[in-house]
Every structure is written in C-alpha cells, then in structure tokens.
Design a protein. Structure first.
Length: 318
C-alpha cells in the first residue's frame, strides 16, 4: 500500500477553540494591547494584531457560515478590535474554489446577505474590500457598492481588477471613481491596485477623487512606502530612500519577528519573498542574495544581513 505523504510544514487550516483562546490571550497579555483588526476573507476569520509597526495575522477560525456566533462574539469582546473588515477580494485559487474571497463575486445576493448578517451581529464598524467583479462581463460594482452600503457598511475598498485578471494588466481606477461619483454613495471609497509610487497615490486622490488608497504589494520588502506616500501628499517632495544599512537592519528585524511568531521553518520561508525588494537595485548583490535565499538557519541569515551593512555600504544602486 502506498504510504500517505507527510503534511508539509504549513499553518493549520483551522484552529480549535483552545487554540483560539490561546491566540487571544497572546494578543492581550503578551503584547499588552488589543487586537487592532478582525478581517474576514469570506469563509475564514482572521485576527490581526498591530504591534511594533506591523500588522500580524494571529489566528484563523473555521468558516463563518458554520461558526458558533457565541465564539465570534467572545472574540470580539475579548480582543476589542477597532473594525471588522470583510475581504471579498482575495483572488487566490485555494480561497476562491471554496467560494471564499473573490469567489463570492459569482453570487452577489449571497455577498449582500452575508454582509447584512455580519453588520447586524456587531456594534463595530464593518467595512468591505472587493474587486470590480468576477470577470469583465460581470462588472456591476456600482450597484454592488450601493447594495453593500444599504445594508450598513461604513466604507468600501475596491481593487481595480476583476478576479479573472488576478494581478495582470492594469487596475482600472475609472470604474472605482464611478462608485465615488455615484450621488447615492455617502461612505468613503478607497482605491486599490497599482499604487506603487507616491505620485500615483496623489493621482488617486486628486484626479480620481477617491477618499484614500489601500496599498498592498508596493509595501512588500518596502515598509517605508507608507511614510513616503504621507510625506509626498503633505509636502509635494519625495522622501529620501532608506540606506542599504537601514534596509538590512529592517530585514533583520523582519526575520526575527517572523521567526518569533511562526517558528524557524515558516519564519525563514515566509520572509524570503521580501528580500528581493529590500535589496532591489544593489549592484553585484546576486551571490549574497542567493546565499540568503538558500539558507535555512535564521542566525546564519542574520550574519549575512549584517555583512550587507558592512560590505555594501558604498554599493551603487541601479
């Protein structure tokens, strides 16, 4: 008989009640502060903790449609989040195939009814993030935004692509602006997608008239981006880029936090995707980058990153 493959070292898909309790205690006691956000990717409920300048997803509980409402209420009461954010925008296949994330864009009535139920079961502000539609033929985002507003959401963020596009092509901000310009809309409308420079954030605000920009991929390996955007919007001047030493120091801090949170295996694996952007544009960095990406021991990686501060301080950026 063929032996069953061993599970890969990934996070558990669901948490038991005991693990939820432990997660909440971690958020409240160890960090001595409340969880800052509860975010629902339809079907999955995440709690994110804001600490040391980072949002960390600290837990996941079973699908909302099957969840004990008392457990949800208990989590909200004990963690005291600021908002509940429903993410109807995640395009990833393993999420969408369960009808979660952007998968619900194929069933707008269900999307509206679930949102209504969540709004009615909490006193907290409920917000939504979604996409233009499932595909180009099914874009009805102006109507969808109205309906979500009508059931009580307090703000909406729109990614300017369909689920079918994933992250290909360009985000269509004109369709997001149509929502903002709809005279029936009175809640804040935020744009998302392709905000990868401070100038584009300003364009989203000043040209398209949106209330704010939601930034995602541009911050990967570049946590300074938010401050750069705020500085540009306030002064009109571009803030100086971080030095190579500052980049390396932030990468070290990032890795340490990741390992502390998820253990050595996942901590190292999940930080790898960020190094390309942390050290983007450094000449003659290929060999060093290869050693960092192939190393599994976090202490060895930290030594490599310390070496970056010393050996590349005068490096040319291209």
């Amino acid at each position: 008989m063929k032996e069953e493959p061993k599970p890969s070292p990934k996070l558990k898909r669901y948490m038991t009640k005991e693990e939820v309790d432990e997660m909440i205690e971690f958020a409240i006691n160890r960090h001595n502060r409340n969880a800052g956000l509860i975010s629902m990717v339809l079907g999955f409920l995440f709690i994110a903790l804001f600490t040391d300048g980072f949002f960390r997803v600290i837990g996941e509980i079973p699908p909302f449609m099957g969840i004990d409402v008392d457990i949800l209420k208990d989590i909200v009461e004990r963690t005291n989040p600021d908002i509940i954010d429903i993410n109807y925008g995640c395009p990833v296949k393993k999420v969408v195939c369960k009808g979660a994330g952007a998968g619900i864009l194929k069933d707008i009535p269900l999307m509206v009814s679930l949102t209504k139920e969540i709004v009615e079961r909490t006193k907290l502000p409920v917000t939504v993030k979604t996409r233009l539609g499932w595909d180009e033929k099914s874009i009805k985002i102006v109507e969808v935004a109205e309906r979500l507003q009508d059931v009580g959401i307090k703000a909406i963020s729109i990614h300017g692509r369909t689920r079918a596009q994933m992250y290909k092509g360009f985000a269509d901000w004109t369709k997001i602006a149509e929502i903002k310009n709809n005279p029936r809309m009175h809640i804040p409308v935020f744009g998302n997608g392709d905000v990868n420079t401070p100038e584009k954030a300003k364009e989203m605000r000043d040209v398209f008239g949106l209330d704010g920009a939601m930034i995602g991929r541009a911050s990967i390996g570049n946590p300074w981006f938010f401050d750069q955007v705020k500085h540009y919007l306030k002064t009109g001047d571009k803030k100086q880029e971080p030095t190579i030493a500052e980049r390396a120091e932030m990468a070290i801090r990032h890795l340490k936090m990741s390992v502390e949170w998820k253990g050595e295996v996942l901590g190292v694996l999940e930080t790898r995707r960020h190094y390309g952007n942390y050290f983007k544009g450094i000449a003659n960095f290929k060999d060093t980058k290869s050693r960092i990406l192939n190393e599994k021991d976090p202490e060895t990686i930290i030594k490599e990153l310390e070496g970056v501060k010393k050996n590349f301080s005068e490096a040319v950026l291209y």
